[in-house]
Design a binder for this molecule. Structure first.
Ligand code: ARG
Ligand code: ASP
Length: 719
């Protein structure tokens, strides 16, 4: 018995004792971590980081563009984020004549800053625990469905009531898988302008080849600015708007980092799943990701082939490529990491230990069957998850199909539809067409279509395929024949045809749109999804959420028994978090050790004018050769480019400030190491590291490379 207890304890403690460098913490509750942070080297208090009544660092951190983080670095609302976070906007403003992707862009005055309609920066103003109010009316006997209904209604009610008392935008988010709820008050800035970006061969140096990999040499930053009305209100773009005066902006440190230094990262991690049962981790890493990796790899091969041939196509598909490629590569890393780390086995041991623990007390009855239930439900889930994955990674990757969907409303128009409604629909479709054709290259789409449909047919059983695919199998010689016909007959693959349609639109044309093979294909695929897949996915994922809520509660109870004074951290959910850890290299495998920083020398070593990802401009080479680094050089005389530390970050943390013991800016977080990408499922501090660009390299590029010294003058620099 003693032995069982001992081994149980060891297994539990592997997962339960949250290690110093693991965790993404809610800033409002950071008092719990203050002692540990200070013991690790922090010189400030958590009140300096997050304060409701006084200005604090939280007033300088924003959710950028709904998916990344940015930080304010001047009293004129100047904002740093990553190059890859600003990428869509850089591309948006780029043309063959003004190719900011290739050449970079620097506004030398406020007038030259470029508006980005639709881009937002969201700043958290305050946060409060509303768990009791959200769960009011939930009883022991409440069923899962009733609970969901109660929670939904309570949330709507609380938001409505509170809205009357505040100008801020409100959201209520679930934490700990539905065990806690917080209401968040946000200020949403809607006039954010592009100020500067290095050329891609700096901002994306290493490209997708080096993505997710250490050692890294990417100058992954871009610069924006928040504007507000002259009265200081967060409003939409207006010529009269003025630069925002923040309550706080980050001082920038030129001191650099050394091994063992305390750092923390403040930002918006999107999603993690650290508390899953083994069956879920296995499904993710060994069933779903391999499919996505395979399909995306094949699409990317097609993109590459055409992008290499034509510079216009390279720009058109740059962003699409980066988006597909990012998940593709990350998931490869996750699969490898989970396997090397024996992640599924470790989770399995934990599941067993958890069930044993549940057995020791009658009060833990709710947890006894959990793992068994998870196993059953995830098995039911698998075919539907695969179906969803195939759908999104194949049919929905055919651009002409998803574009055709924009015309569905026009296809329903009749002679009774009021003219102004028709005009509005035409205007909407025209806008969609403009965006679409700017970045559309039909030969790519046609080749992708044939490939993905073939994959869909080969890998999904007939009853898990949209009827369209079964028709292709029955009626056409091969998939290619169908695809050729589709592209020959649809009007949506040609800008001219679409413009013709919209210029002379009449209700009588609705029928023709409805019969277009691309729109019909899209609808067929979506009908199948909404009838055969979605209802099952919804039902099963509700069951899973419910089990996960209980599992999470159980893990928290156990943890509290072991560690009364350190909470468990909630999974990431796109809310503001603080994570901390020390600077340091690591050893991913036998005989290999990585240093904690890279330098400009490494860029010169990687330089290759033949390979797009490794081109170095003459200007950068010149600065390197003359060692013209000014005050941005490290004390060792070299130019440091990037560094790694043990901060627990994830997607969404890109662009986050990485700060030193005094809360001064050291760099911008932008990635993780290949070996550690599994950290969204299992965090292992020995290999999970975050990668940041050294802020001294950022300033060096702004100042010495681009000569945008006026921007440096705005900042507060600590030498
Ligand atoms: N891997 C990083 C993140 O997940 C950076 C992605 C952008 N860089 C790239 N080469 N695609 O977002
Ligand atoms: N590159 C990621 C991002 O864009 C960060 C990460 O996943 O580590 O947020």
């Amino acid at each position: 018995m003693k032995k069982i207890f001992l081994s149980l304890f060891i297994v539990m403690s592997v997962f339960m004792n949250v290690r110093a460098d693991e965790g993404m913490w809610i800033p409002m509750l950071l008092q719990n971590n203050e002692k540990e942070m200070q013991e690790m080297g922090m010189n400030i208090t958590v009140e300096d980081i997050y304060s409701i009544n006084n200005s604090s660092m939280k007033d300088a951190v924003v959710l950028f563009g709904g998916g990344c983080t940015g930080e304010i670095v001047s009293d004129k609302g100047l904002l740093f984020t990553n190059h890859h976070c600003g990428f869509d906007w850089i591309q948006h403003h780029s043309t063959v004549e003004h190719d900011y992707l290739t050449d970079g862009f620097w506004a030398m005055s406020f007038e030259e800053e470029l508006p980005c309609p639709g881009l937002t920066a969201v700043m958290l103003k305050k946060m409060e625990d509303v768990t009791d109010r959200v769960l009011a009316g939930v009883e022991k006997s409440t069923t899962t469905e009733e609970r969901a209904e109660i929670v939904k209604n309570n949330i709507a009610k609380i938001i409505e009531e509170t809205s009357a008392t505040t100008d801020y935008e409100l959201e209520i988010k679930s934490f700990y898988h539905g065990n806690k709820y917080y209401m968040i008050y946000n200020e949403v800035f809607k006039d954010v302008r592009m100020v500067g970006t290095p050329p891609s061969n700096i901002g994306k140096f290493g490209g997708d080849t080096d993505n997710w990999v250490w050692p890294r040499h990417t100058g992954d930053f871009s610069i924006f600015r928040i504007y507000v009305s002259p009265e200081g209100k967060a409003v939409e773009y207006n010529e009269d708007n003025v630069p925002y005066k923040p309550a706080y902006h980050f001082p920038i440190s030129l001191k650099g980092v050394e091994e063992g230094d305390f750092t923390f990262v403040f930002g918006y991690p999107a999603r993690t799943n650290e508390y899953l049962p083994s069956v879920a981790v296995n499904q993710e890493a060994n069933v779903i990701y391999p499919v996505s990796v395979d399909l995306r790899g094949k699409i990317l091969d097609i993109y590459n082939k055409y992008q290499e041939k034509d510079p216009k196509v390279r720009i058109q598909y740059a962003s699409k490529h980066a988006h597909l490629g990012n998940g593709w590569k990350k998931w490869m890393g996750v699969i490898e990491g989970i396997n090397n780390f024996k992640g599924v086995e470790k989770k399995h041991a934990f599941d067993k230990a958890f069930t044993k623990w549940a057995n020791y007390s009658r009060s833990r009855g709710a947890y006894l069957e959990l793992i068994k239930d998870f196993n059953r439900v995830y098995a039911e889930y698998e075919p539907y998850r695969l179906a969803t994955t195939y759908l999104s990674e194949t049919a929905l990757q055919i651009e002409v199909l998803t574009f055709a969907a924009n015309f569905n409303a026009l296809a329903q128009v009749t002679k009774d539809t009021p003219q102004e409604q028709i005009d509005a629909l035409v205007a909407e479709a025209r806008e969609a067409a403009k965006v679409f054709f700017k970045d559309y290259y039909q030969p790519i789409d046609q080749e992708v279509a044939a490939m993905v449909l073939q994959e869909y047919i080969n890998n999904q059983p007939a009853d898990f395929r949209p009827e369209l695919l079964n028709t292709i199998v029955e009626k056409y010689d091969n998939v290619q024949a169908y695809v050729d016909e589709l592209f020959a007959k649809t009007m949506f693959a040609s800008e001219e045809n679409v413009n013709n349609l919209l210029d002379n639109f009449k209700a009588s044309k609705a029928k023709k749109i409805a019969k277009d093979p691309a729109l019909m294909a899209y609808k067929n695929v979506m009908d199948f999804y909404f009838t055969n897949v979605r209802p099952n996915v919804a039902k099963i994922s509700n069951e899973i959420s419910e089990l996960q809520r209980i599992f999470m509660r159980g893990q928290m109870e156990f943890h509290a028994e072991q560690n009364p004074d350190k909470m468990m951290y909630p999974d990431a959910n796109f809310s503001l978090r603080v994570t901390y850890g020390k600077v340091g290299g690591f050893s991913p495998r036998d005989a290999v050790h990585y240093k904690h920083y890279t330098t400009l020398d490494g860029i010169m070593q990687k330089e290759n004018p033949e390979i797009y990802d490794y081109v170095v401009t003459d200007r950068l080479r010149e600065l390197y050769e003359t060692k013209d680094y000014g005050r941005y050089a490290d004390k060792d005389g070299s130019m440091h480019v990037a560094f790694i530390a043990g901060n627990h970050t994830t997607g969404g943390n890109s662009g986050s400030p990485i700060l030193n013991a005094d809360g001064h800016l050291l760099g911008l977080n932008f990635d993780r190491t290949w070996e550690g990408t599994m950290s969204d499922l299992i965090y292992d501090p020995s290999i999970c590291k975050n990668i940041s660009v050294d802020v001294r390299y950022v300033l060096f590029i702004i100042d010495k490379y681009a000569g945008a010294t006026c921007l440096i003058d705005e900042m507060t620099i600590v030498e």
